[in-house]
Write a protein that binds this ligand. Sequence first.
Ligand code: PLP
Ligand code: LYS
Length: 418
Amino acid sequence: MSFFEHRNGVLHAEGVALPAIAERFGTPTYVYSRAAIVSAFRGYRDALAGRKALVCYAMKANSNLAVLDLLAREGAGFDIVSGGELARVIAAGGDPGKVVFSGVGKSEAEIEAALKAGILCFNMESVPELERIDAVAKRLGVKAPVSVRVNPDVDAKTHPYISTGLKDNKFGVAYEHTLDLYRDAARRPNIEVVGIDCHIGSQITEVAPYVDAAERVLALVDTLEREGIVLHHIDFGGGLGITYDDETPPATGELIRALVERVEAHGHGGKTLMFEPGRSIVGNAGLLVTKVEFMKRGETRNFAIVDAAMNDLARPAMYEAWHGVQAIAAPAGAGERVDIVGPVCESGDWLARDRELALAPGDLIAVMSAGAYGMSMASNYNTRGRAAEVMVDGDAVHLIRRRETPADLFALESRLPG
Ligand SMILES: Cc1ncc(COP(=O)(O)O)c(C=O)c1O
Ligand SMILES: N[C@@H](CCCC[NH3+])C(=O)O
């Protein structure tokens, strides 16, 4: 089911025509569909119904407070990677008791804040991290709940920049060192071993790498139990892909069924099962509305220069990622091959290349599937204020982040004295 559809020749988000949003809030603007986010989240929740389970939304994908608030109301926990993300969860009304803290470089201050907030679990990624968490917990006189993030050395078959479960990635603890780390953790009075975690990459479009990783993780759980280290939860991470172009990722339910089958086969069906999805919750629930400023026709290429740029949506520049582009209203003229580029002073500043579109200055276009790793990776390069964000809910539109002004961008800076 699509929450973004052309009706009478005009692209709508749920019940709202996108030109009305552009008129009211300007461009570029990120537009999210509330129903799309809720529906994607419920895909996980429903597939896990009847089991002990927790879905921790990986908020790095899109950390707007309204998105977090919405998911918290749906019962989500959160996968965080910084003290800043923890502060967002709390500001959005999320429950810190449902937070898992991932990441290879947690600072002492971040660990302290997380312990004081009472998070569910630290997903530890190294021996020095265990030592640091232990020291902070000792100083505060508390017990820190931990999991080990296992690097299962499985090829997620995705873009190398977003693959995380291979030996030469910086993430997780090498499989062969995991047991020693658990034994070390279990001996420490200020540490409580609660679970196991793995996350093998992002934009994964096959079930097999997940099952391979799960097999390795479950074998560890078996060994740990034989040694008397009993875990409460197993966290299979995030990474489920979405359709940007012609990818055919498994449905959420299909992935979960395959993993549950392995969990049951190992006799761990009574444990809490956890997931950390980001992209599959919000990716296809958002798009970026931008306006054509100029058409620039050259000898070898034609450019549609739009008012969104790589600072708004970095994925094409960073990963040569492909995003669909749609004209928001029916085009007047004939199509031509164009590159959609922004005004930033970099040749890498493009949003889409070599597309067949009929465009004229003033036309609105939508860059599709931009709900994940869009606004959350936006920058102020070229002193460009970040885009506005709105959430559509049926026929209603809520501004959930106003457009930044130039004054916002230098508000924290000072001139030299004298
Ligand atoms: C530890 C961890 N969990 C979850 C995610 C979410 O990934 P995705 O947005 O691909 O679901 C990421 C990002 O890849 C991550 O690093
Ligand atoms: N930022 C990446 C995903 C990275 C996931 C980080 N754990 C993307 O846009 O595809």
